[in-house]
Design a protein around this ligand. Structure first.
Ligand code: MG
Ligand code: FE
Length: 173
């Protein structure tokens, strides 16, 4: 990379660290949701799949950061609002928990898509093909997850309301 791009390269590493913190947050969120959902097996299965993908995404980012001479030891969590959202989820023992989870997941996937779009653009500016490549891999998985949620949000909502109308104790999750 060109010497004149030192500032940009440092910025790219910082954004990769931010993305790594985002994926660790996603891991916590997906794990919590997957564990708590008792019904909606379709959703649970997809969350479990994305949890595995998310762990690989975090590893790819760690590798990229390491290759650029950075470390993930001093991660600043810039996704503070997302953390709050997730913490609220974890304590939502009553109410429409599954729907709050779907909503948080929908928002989170789009946040991730935005993050990787920026990283791919930045890596492109710096001519860092390997970073661009791993970010495209991660992006594809986020887009697939966002698309799955988009395709299933109607049926999950309908199922939730149906359960609630039947007075099912289990409607919540
Ligand atoms: Mg992710
Ligand atoms: Fe994701």
């Amino acid at each position: 990379m060109a010497e004149t791009r030192v500032e940009s390269e440092e910025r790219l590493v910082q954004w990769l660290r931010d993305a790594h913190a985002m994926e660790k947050q996603a891991e916590t969120m997906l794990h919590g949701m997957e564990e708590r959902i008792e019904n909606y097996p379709h959703l649970r299965k997809r969350l479990a799949q994305h949890l595995k993908e998310t762990q690989h995404q975090a590893q790819r980012l760690e590798d990229a950061i390491g290759r650029l001479g950075g470390s993930t030891s001093a991660i600043k969590d810039t996704a503070a609002s997302m953390v709050t959202l997730v913490q609220n989820l974890g304590t939502a023992l009553a109410g429409d928990e599954v729907m709050k989870g779907v909503l948080a997941g929908f928002a989170f996937e789009h946040y991730e898509i935005g993050s990787y779009r920026i990283l791919i653009a930045a890596a492109g500016v710096l001519g860092d093909k390997e970073t661009a490549r791993i970010c495209r891999e991660n992006l594809r998985e986020e887009e697939d997850m966002a698309q799955w949620l988009s395709q299933n949000i109607d049926s999950i909502t309908a199922e939730y309301l149906e359960r609630e109308d039947r007075g099912s104790e289990r409607a919540k999750r």
